[in-house]
Design a binder for this molecule. Structure first.
Ligand code: SAH
Length: 213
């Protein structure tokens, strides 16, 4: 990283703070994660702009503000075990890995997952377990999870996924039309029973969750 990127990174952190991201743990995790590693080389001068960027295969790395917001809304504890659906570049995964005990992540496009794993190795992140699969099914033999994060949009979140979260856990996901805007929702499971509560966070625009046959 050069001096210009250092300055741009500091500016990005200030922007995120001014947009309402208050968790110092989240901001520090973002500060310590080199976003330039997760994007194509020819775009690295945009690494610290607060915008999504293409990562190939018609997919995008999310806007840093949305990564920060979703991470903050998950209300992570250092003991948490998290499931992420949609590894993509692995940028969000890497940020989560700094904040929780273990993260399981699923991606359906194999070359993206291969690239993401190279990044995890470079950053010496050892608490990430990944697989190439259809995330609609979740990761049944590893549940229950404390939290689930979806980084691709779905018209509705199925019960089979939510039932992989323990009581008192949460899921943050973009819910709505596959093309166009969706509502980012935080879904909380009650402490003592399987009762779910939905909170709208803001409008977002994510790539769709694709169903493999
Ligand atoms: N959080 C990522 C952004 C991922 S974009 C980042 O920081 O880079 C959403 C990702 O979800 C894409 O890589 C896409 O391939 C993946 N995806 C879409 N449908 C999926 C499915 N059914 N199962 C697993 N991953 C899926």
């Amino acid at each position: 990283m050069d001096d210009v990127q250092d300055i741009e990174k500091a500016q990005l952190i200030m922007t995120l703070r001014s947009m309402g991201i208050l968790s110092s743990k989240v901001l520090t995790a973002i500060e310590k994660t080199p976003r330039e590693l997760f994007i194509p080389k020819h775009l690295s001068h945009y690494a610290y702009e607060n915008s999504p960027l293409p990562i190939g295969y018609d997919q995008t790395i999310s806007q840093p503000y949305i990564v920060a917001l979703m991470t903050e809304k998950l209300d992570l504890k250092s003991s948490d075990v998290v499931l992420e659906i949609g590894t993509g570049s692995g940028y969000q995964t890497s940020i989560l890995s700094k904040l929780v005990r273990k993260i399981y992540t699923i991606e359906r496009i194999k070359p993206l997952l291969v690239n993401a794993k190279i990044c995890f190795d470079k950053l010496k992140l050892t608490n990430i377990v990944s697989k190439c699969a259809d995330g609609h099914l979740g990761w049944k033999n590893m549940c229950p999870f404390d939290k689930i994060i979806l980084t691709c949009s779905t018209p509705m979140i199925k019960d089979n996924l939510l039932r992989q979260i323990r009581f008192g856990g949460k899921c943050v996901a973009p819910i709505g039309k596959l093309n166009g805007n969706q509502m980012l929702k935080c879904i909380t499971i009650s402490q003592n029973e399987y009762k779910i509560h939905f909170e709208d966070i803001c409008e977002v625009n994510f790539v769709p969750m694709i169903k493999d046959n």
